[in-house]
Design a protein. Sequence first.
Length: 301
Amino acid sequence: MQKLIADLKASNIGEIRTNERLAPYTTWKIGGPADCLIIPHSKEQVAASIKFLHERGVPWTVIGRGSNLLVGDKGIRGVVIKLGQALETLRFEGAMVYAGGSYSFIKLSVLAAREGLTGLEFASGIPGTVGGAVYMNAGAHGSDVSRILKQAEVILDTGELVVMQAEDLQYAYRHSILHTLPGIVTEAVFELQVGDRNEIAGAMAAYRDRRLRTQPLQLACAGSVFRNPEGGFAAKLIEEAGLKGKRVGGAEISMLHANFIVNTGEATAEDVLTLINEVQQIVEQSYGIKLVPEVLVMGER
């Protein structure tokens, strides 16, 4: 690893940090160290980093804003690539929106609304990056990324830059082909529609007010933990099973929203994983439904 780190530092591919604790980089504020953390300063450095690691057979993981992510207590072996300002680009061309992979999905929705463009209202409460939203087919309020995405620019795990059309991503509920085709979304192109600014602002305000009333946003969390089962809602099943307030260590099922697990201060990844497993078991025993987590779990326990 020392030889690899020395080579990385000599390769001009961004800032290199070793044994870097990852908890501060996640919204759950949980996670052990990465052997090596790369923070590229440009799209070219992102591509060069991946090509460098691919040629040497070194495993790598990418993180954006760290939402929807649980990092194991022992951290992540190999290399973690932290995306940041290098991919925080944005431009509007009529109803077409070109957003960098690191751009805030919430901020994007706000700026689109100011442009009088409709189609991104659902994103106003979804934390994380544009790239993460494309990867997960993020959605809310009856809409999702697949309905507005035109194409995505992706750096594959070989370092090759490709453009994938929306149909290439094989979208399904909270899923895309990128789950099995490793790569980094560097830019997404969304096709929106011209709308009424007042109506757009009104819809977003309503979503915001509902979110503030029903979600524990004042505590460290990662959004919804489980996917909604077909024809139902995970939160409703968890609440009806009497699990609100259930706690393991520092991890607790929110009293405000049963599909949120909050870090009350000192939660570990093991606390969260144990709680997830217990929720799955109890809900399955009670209703015959196996809840599927939608959070990404990375690293070693």
